[in-house]
Design a protein around this ligand. Structure first.
Ligand code: CUA
Length: 158
């Protein structure tokens, strides 16, 4: 007599569980998935060129800080500004990077520097470059037709 009632209850329960599951997946994807690694602060990506320090990309020697150099880097489809980075070996460097348009990557091959650059977020890392050499910087996030041509160079010099 009551079987029909129980079936209905189970259907409702099943549907509720499905919704709960989808919400959990959606919420955790939103919270965990949209924040790039090394992201410390946010920025209006449409005004990157006007906002310090990105109004002055490049390698800057700094005084009175825990690091010796700041490398300010702006990615856009399909290049990096600056195109080439040169740093003396043994320097402690703060890399600060963002993107002006779509998601890009910033991976210095052979090092622990590997950012995902997402519009609106600034990624940072302080690291010491302790090996002389020329390192290839590649975009490791697919960003469009010019993705494969998007690279730059880090020169660590004596
Ligand atoms: Cu920029 Cu791929």
């Amino acid at each position: 007599m009551h079987i029909h009632k129980y079936e209905k209850w189970w259907l409702t329960f099943g549907a509720a569980m499905l919704i709960a599951f989808l919400v959990i997946v959606g919420v955790s994807a939103f919270h965990g998935g949209t924040h790039p690694n090394n992201s410390k602060w946010t920025i209006n990506y449409e005004k990157v060129d006007e906002i310090a320090p990105f109004d002055n990309p490049g390698v800057h020697k700094v005084e009175g800080k825990d690091w010796d150099y700041e490398v300010v880097l702006v990615a856009s489809a399909f290049s990096y500004n600056p195109m080439e980075i040169e740093i003396p070996v043994g320097s402690k460097v703060r890399f600060i990077a963002t993107t002006k348009d779509v998601i890009h990557g910033f991976e210095v091959a052979g090092t622990n520097i590997n950012f995902m650059l997402e519009p609106g977020y600034v990624s940072e890392k302080i690291t010491t470059v302790d090996k002389v050499g020329e390192y290839v910087i590649v975009c490791n996030e697919y960003c469009g037709t010019g993705h494969a041509m998007m690279y730059s160079t880090l020169k660590v010099v004596d």
